[in-house]
Design a protein around this ligand. Structure first.
Ligand SMILES: *[C@@H]1O[C@H](CO)[C@@H](O)[C@H](O)[C@H]1NC(C)=O
Ligand SMILES: *[C@@H]1O[C@H](CO)[C@@H](O)[C@H](O)[C@H]1NC(C)=O
Length: 314
């Protein structure tokens, strides 16, 4: 919800609106509130990973999902040798019950899944994909930093090569039906935005702002001197005008964001191999991707999310 002062400013159109929007806290997910605010998604992985997504009861019973105090952990099973003809490695995918449009999402995260074969993602999407659009905020494969930020849409949505952001454009057509659904991507400017570099510093904060004119993503490493005080404090209001230059931004000059993006649910998942991690399994990882997943449970001890909090502002 916009504040009164923002509405007056917007209606007056005399001052630039950019950077003046204050958002108020709508939903806070910390520890056990993830179990109420999100559903576990126990279905077959649409990206063909070597995983078996389990329901909430199973995830808790096997301690793949752990929610206590201010801690929320989601992991892949790291003890079971798999039958090559049986289901994939147990893992977790969760989806928020609430959906959001214009909003700011702030994630305080201390660890993300790392290692060969892993493909973790924090993203938002609508039920009618790709018509309702997809925003990938955290995504990387096989432990290879940095983070990649990507939109996937229906046709007629592209991005200019050059935008006001820190990261590097890797592709410009967001249309999911072309280029093998590569989407329009940005590679993070921070080597510590993913993987072992991220985990070794205790992670940090990610923020995503979605409006009808832009979608922007910021990352602040845990030890960064530039973390906005409102982000660090988990304040009741935030103003992206104080966030600095985004790591990635997507604009509406060649893409009508209103018609390409519907209200989105929030998803966290961890798949293994599959369309991206499996098809790009690097030569410095052992064996083949699927064999590695089947036979080396102990190698997945670092394949977990540890989330200190998710705050959604509107
Ligand atoms: C479950 O996972 C949490 C988080 O990693 C850990 O602290 C806890 O010791 C685990 N519990 C058991 C019974 O293994
Ligand atoms: C493509 O999008 C532009 C706005 O970005 C719009 O003016 C145009 O009509 C669209 N074309 C089609 C074929 O939908």
């Amino acid at each position: 919800m916009l504040t009164t002062s923002t509405i007056i400013l917007t209606l007056s159109s005399l001052a630039p609106v950019l950077g003046t929007t204050t958002y108020k806290i709508k939903d806070t997910y910390i520890g056990p509130s993830f179990l109420n605010g999100f559903d576990h998604w126990p279905y077959s992985d649409p990206t063909h990973g070597r995983v078996n997504y389990v329901d909430q009861d199973t995830a808790i019973a096997q301690n793949l999902t752990f929610a206590e105090g201010k801690t929320f952990v989601m992991r892949a099973d790291d003890t079971t040798v798999l039958d090559p003809n049986g289901p994939g490695r147990n893992s977790v995918r969760i989806q928020s019950k609430n959906a959001y449009s214009q909003s700011v999402m702030v994630l305080d995260i201390t660890h993300m899944p790392d290692g060969c074969a892993t493909w973790p993602a924090w993203w938002t999407t609508a039920s009618d994909w790709p018509t309702g659009g997809e925003i990938d905020i955290i995504e990387y494969v096989n432990g290879q930093a940095p983070n990649h930020m990507t939109l996937h849409t229906s046709p007629n949505c592209t991005q200019p090569q050059s935008r006001r952001m820190m990261g590097t454009t890797t592709s410009t057509d967001c249309d999911a039906s072309v280029n093998y659904n590569e989407g329009c991507g940005v590679q993070s400017s921070y080597s510590s935005s993913a993987g072992s570099g991220f985990n070794s510093i205790g992670g940090g904060w990610y923020a995503m702002e979605r409006t009808s004119s832009s979608i922007s993503i910021w990352f602040w490493p845990r030890n960064s001197p530039t973390v906005p005080s409102t982000i660090k404090a988990g304040s009741k209001t935030v103003n992206p005008g104080t966030f600095g230059t985004p790591d990635a931004t997507f604009v509406n000059s060649q893409c009508d964001l209103n018609s390409h993006f519907e209200p989105h649910n929030i998803i966290f998942d961890l798949t293994l191999c599959g369309d991206w991690a499996g098809n790009n399994y690097p030569s410095n990882c052992p064996s083949t991707c699927v064999d590695y997943v089947n036979n080396n449970p102990q190698s997945f001890s670092d394949a977990y999310w540890d989330i200190a909090g998710l705050r959604v502002y509107e």
